[in-house]
Design a protein around this ligand. Sequence first.
Ligand SMILES: Cc1ncc(COP(=O)(O)O)c(C=O)c1O
Length: 376
Amino acid sequence: MDLSSKDSLPSPCFVCEEILLENNLKLLKYIQDEANVNILLALKGFALYSTFNLCKKYLKGCCASGLNEALLAKEEFGGEVHTYSPAFKPNEFEQITQISNHIVFNSFSQLELYKNQIKQHNSIGLRINPEVSTVDVDIYNPCAIYSRLGITKNNFQKLPEIVDGLHFHALCEQNIDDLEKVLNKFEKNFSQFFSSLKWINFGGGHHITREDYDVERLIVVLKEFKRRFPNLKIYLEPGEAIGWKTGYLESTILDIVTNDINIVILDTSAEAHMPDTLAMPYRADIRNSGKIDEKKYNYRLAGNTCLAGDIIGDYSFDNPLKIGDKIILEDMIHYTMVKTTTFNGINLPSIAIKQKNGTMKIVKNYGYESYKDKLS
Ligand SMILES: Cc1ncc(COP(=O)(O)O)c(C=O)c1O
């Protein structure tokens, strides 16, 4: 449904701005063309499929974390489907083989378990753990101590004949210097196998569309890798870089209560709609706000669930806030709508696309049925 300029959005509502998304996609395509690599969309971070007609003009396909994401990739995106899971489920694997171009196993035991089901069109990879730990926050660090994600050098003695490629994913919101550290160790430990391989997947975590990302250096690093190993096709599978700063979550103030400080209760929730603000944790950027005491009026912004810790953070504003005011939480497109829950029976936020011609299109509204549907 297209909104006319006088209609207001449902609340809360994710708004993805097509122009901003396309700018990210253009930058990724530039790298793809300059460095002759293949960039996939990681659905775990960005799965707003109403934008896939746009995304597929620029990217080669999707990487999926299992059957459901692989199905979405096939149905809504087309192109290549690369599926990796820490462990595949026996009742889903057959369908995964039908849909996927690449299947990446996390262990030799998984490869052993499923190797007889592999089809001719499946190119098989193994995820390795490069054991370079550059991510500070442990829950986002695939190379943290005792990580279950990928095979370490000591556990990787022989390359099975069926394997065409190696996959690593070791970064989270990082720049090229960290990729170079990972790549050095990866090559040192695994290049002995490269001559028997067809491809390497560099995973995600490349914060390519962030302003300070050194795109030209990335192109050089990729080209140099290709020069050293011309037989290898390179894949990158960013998620966050695709949805980075492409839109916001608009919410409405339902009440303001006072307990020494003024606390705003929004119709959204950190816990249910923006879980990374609590998990990372990070401070969401709020339009026209400052840190506490930076502007005249201080408020704590909180969610509309019963969880005591459902708190977005403390902010200040130039003018007093009032019930019914809109609060805009910036950069809420990646890793948000893929993680939302209906905790407390709270509705999921609607989803709207701000189209290139400026019109706002509501692509999803949720109600009681969505809440009931996941329970029984
Ligand atoms: C295997 C794999 N590939 C790709 C990604 C996408 O990473 P990002 O969204 O940080 O670019 C992830 C994220 O966790 C991942 O685990």
